[in-house]
Write a protein that binds this ligand. Structure first.
Ligand SMILES: Nc1nc2c(ncn2[C@@H]2O[C@H](COP(=O)(O)OP(=O)(O)OP(=O)(O)O)[C@@H](O)[C@H]2O)c(=O)[nH]1
Ligand SMILES: [Mg+2]
Length: 447
């Protein structure tokens, strides 16, 4: 998996500062020196590294950070936010034509993964978005290129438009769009030819196809294994043709990841998808924030949630977030969240992926196995509504009653209350930390 080395080094460089209750400018400087080296080693463009280090350093020594309750974590948070920005900030989705079909040109150097990715993207559009794509075989140069796409089409049961190799790619592309209109395909994905290097012929032909089909997307398919070269290629394609986005392929391989990190900063064009393997379903929409968090080892809560296929009720999540922020969390919410956790499967894994979970004092002791969840449930259910809404009324005699009612002992009741308070504090801090971020911040369907 790409980024492994980088992730390790970055996490190493942040380790010292992470738990510090007091952080000096010198601490930040030292950390950033290591971060800088880690990025350079991962083959990130040196100009990009320079700017990144400058941005982080400036923000990290701001008063707000240094004087916060958790300066170490705040510094890490700055790193995370800046890395997210570097990777593109918000997720960038595929453009769609106002009037279908949406025309997508797949371009790139030889062997970058254009044809494979054309198939993957078609499958993605059909499976995830219920679309009806048409793939067009416009590589007439490489022997068997057309056949390759046709075979892929058969495998995926996806229609392929081809006219053999005696017709110009421009005409093939044009006719493909016409046919798509007639047959009501909502996407046309044009698989174009690759060259060893960016050359005039290639660019001329691609420009002609662009002129003729007015694509809504020109996606540059980039092999992330080629490192800095990939960034140069992206720059020249963008200058000469104008691209709308990038698909990084082979991110499953052992690349250092520098290309993926630099490409948005250098070209200004977003990474829209990432190829994660040779199989047709190995294509993922690119999420800068998740990628940054993954690289920094901050947990990948969102991906995990998707993986667990839990349908988080948006309104409920928002309400929960508000309660966490304003410290109004009740034991009912707590139970609610426990129930969701139970649905999500392996709790250890979940905790591992949660930012800061291993640091939560209460959480460490909260060995959440199913039996314990049942105990917690019993305790909470023995509380009155008033007690659940407002735990501060829980005095000694109430606690005794709850212990009796739930068949647990008083220590357990006390421990749960303590953990709950601890968690509330922690949540308040975490949501506070997320402030200033777009999209209502923290959505953790969990405690
Ligand atoms: N591991 C891995 N391999 C990939 C990925 N994407 C493409 N490949 C492999 O890369 C090789 C080249 O892929 P193609 O799709 O034929 O590349 P192309 O850009 O169409 O190549 P030309 O048509 O010759 O220019 C194939 O062996 C693919 O299986 C990926 O995300 N991960
Ligand atoms: Mg090809």
């Amino acid at each position: 998996m790409a980024f492994e080395g980088l992730a390790e080094r970055l996490q190493g460089s942040m380790k010292k500062i992470k738990g510090k209750g007091k952080v000096s400018e010198q601490d930040v400087k030292e950390m950033m020196r290591e971060v800088r080296l880690a990025l350079l080693e991962a083959d990130v463009n040196f100009k990009v590294v320079k700017q990144f280090v400058k941005d982080v350093r400036e923000r990290a020594v701001e008063q707000e950070v240094m004087e916060s309750l958790t300066p170490g974590q705040q510094v890490i948070k700055v790193v995370n936010e800046e890395l997210t920005q570097l990777l593109g900030g918000e997720q960038s989705k595929l453009n769609t034509a106002q009037k279908p079909p949406t025309v997508v040109m797949m371009v790139g150097l030889q062997g970058a993964g254009k044809t494979t990715t054309t198939g993957k993207l078609a499958l993605h559009l059909r499976k995830k978005h219920n679309r009806k794509p048409l793939m067009a075989a416009a590589d007439i140069y490489r022997p068997a290129a057309i056949k390759q796409l046709e075979t892929l089409g058969k495998q995926l049961n996806m229609p392929v438009f081809s006219m053999g190799d005696q017709v110009s790619p421009v005409e093939i592309a044009q006719k493909a769009v016409e046919q798509a209109k007639e047959e009501h395909h909502d996407y046309v994905l044009i698989d174009t030819a690759g060259r060893l290097h960016v050359d005039e012929n290639l660019m001329g032909e691609l420009s002609d196809i662009k002129e003729a089909t007015k694509p809504d997307e020109i996606l540059l398919v980039v092999d992330s294994m080629t490192g800095q070269d990939a960034v140069n290629v992206a720059e020249s394609f963008d200058e000469q043709l104008g691209i709308t986005g990038v698909i990084m392929t082979k991110l499953d391989a052992d690349t250092r990841g520098g290309a993926a990190i630099s490409v948005k900063a250098v070209t200004g064009k977003p990474i829209k998808f990432a190829g994660m393997g040779e199989k047709s379903d190995a294509l993922e929409p690119f999420h800068p924030e998740r990628m940054a968090s993954r690289i920094l080892g901050m947990g990948d809560v969102l991906s995990l949630i998707e993986k667990a296929q839990t349908n988080v009720d948006e309104d409920k999540a928002r309400e929960l977030e508000r309660k966490m922020r304003t410290n109004e969390l009740t034991f009912d919410d707590f139970l609610d969240q426990l129930a969701q956790v139970k649905d999500m499967g392996p709790i250890d894994e979940l905790l591992q992926m949660m930012p800061g979970a291993n640091k939560m004092k209460g959480m460490k002791n909260l060995q959440v196995d199913d039996k314990q969840i049942a105990h917690i449930e019993a305790i909470v259910k023995s509380m009155t509504k008033e007690e659940r809404d407002n735990p501060s009324v829980l005095n000694a005699s109430r606690k005794r009653r709850i212990a009796q009612g739930s068949g647990r002992n008083i220590q357990e009741v006390n421990r749960l209350i303590k953990q709950f308070e601890e968690m509330k504090k922690m949540m308040k801090q975490m949501t506070g930390m997320q402030k200033g971020k777009k999209k209502g911040g923290f959505k953790m369907p969990f405690m």
